[in-house]
Ligand binder design. Structure first.
Ligand SMILES: Nc1ncnc2c1ncn2[C@@H]1O[C@H](COP(=O)(O)OP(=O)(O)OP(=O)(O)O)[C@@H](O)[C@H]1O
Ligand SMILES: [Mg+2]
Length: 271
């Protein structure tokens, strides 16, 4: 495997004109690594937020990151997405071509441009990668996958919160990222929309086989979606729990409840 060290502050590399589909990669622990974090520490002034994070994530794995508010989840995700640098430690991202190393991040708020129509908002995810008709076609294709093909020419302001998050997901995925970092993307949605979005995210992840890192406060969501749940506490990984359950996973089964219990015990220092 070729491993390329990325300086976190490096600008995103420009990629070739075609955002071709990657072949699906297995989410098994023996798959080649997508990225590796070694001794990642982050301090803001006197405050140590991350204090030595080591994490190897195989290609195609779906990882959920959980921890109490302020424990450093967003900070870790920003470092992974290249939006911030660690104070010390290293991040390596595997892969041969530039397109395979592309990472995208999605936030709790959709962050759409109000003056651009839906399709144009999605095309922004292709900046430096594709433009013109190619970009439009890719944008319409991914909008179809998120169920919004018929809204392409509308303005963001006429969409519901859940629909706006679908557009944000389409924008994040239109360039077929190697790594998708998700910072509580479903946190602001109502419970039913949230479950629909979880199912959509799972389906597209299975189709595109990117590596997903999902920060969430919701233990049920983590167990429903992730191959592996990582709990952060006091700047370190306090629990790294594989979730070897078949998909799709029903809500409220005895098996999911057992994993949820293990995570909650660790979060609240029980057991
Ligand atoms: N740019 C910054 N400057 C100073 N302190 C920061 C900065 N960014 C984050 N912090 C601090 O680092 C700590 C971790 O913040 P972070 O946003 O990573 O937490 P989080 O786990 O994502 O929390 P939440 O669940 O509430 O989103 C917090 O104490 C926060 O105040
Ligand atoms: Mg956060």
């Amino acid at each position: 495997m070729s491993v390329i060290a990325l300086h976190p502050k490096q600008p995103q590399e420009a990629n070739g004109p075609s955002a071709t589909m990657r072949t699906p990669s297995p989410a098994s622990p023996s798959a080649p690594l997508a990225f590796s974090l070694r001794g990642i520490a982050k301090r803001f002034g006197e405050k140590t937020v991350l204090d030595g994070i080591d994490l190897d994530v195989p290609q195609g794995q779906f990882v959920a990151v959980i921890g109490k508010s302020g424990c450093g989840k967003s900070t870790l995700l920003r470092i992974l997405a290249g939006l911030d640098s660690p104070t010390s430690g290293s991040l390596t991202v595997a892969g041969g071509s530039a397109s395979e190393r592309r990472s995208r991040i999605m936030f709790q708020e959709p962050r759409l441009l109000p003056w651009a129509r839906i399709a144009r908002n999605v095309e922004i995810g292709l900046t430096g990668i594709a433009k013109g008709e190619v970009a439009r076609d890719l944008s319409l294709q991914i909008l179809k996958e998120v169920g919004l093909a018929d809204r392409a020419e509308e303005w963001p302001s006429v969409l519901s919160g859940g629909q706006k998050q679908r557009v944000a997901l389409a924008r994040a995925l239109v360039a077929h990222p190697f790594i998708l970092a998700l910072d509580e993307p479903l946190g602001a949605l109502d419970a039913l929309t949230r479950i629909e979005m979880q199912q959509l995210l799972e389906r597209i992840w299975q189709q595109q086989s990117f590596t997903a890192v999902l920060v969430t406060h919701d233990v049920t969501e983590a167990v429903a979606l992730a191959d592996r749940v990582v709990v952060i506490d006091k700047g370190r990984i306090a629990l790294d729990l594989p979730i070897p359950l078949a998909r799709p996973r029903g809500h409220g089964s005895a098996e999911t409840a057992r994993f949820e219990g293990q995570i909650l015990d660790r979060l609240f220092g029980r057991g």
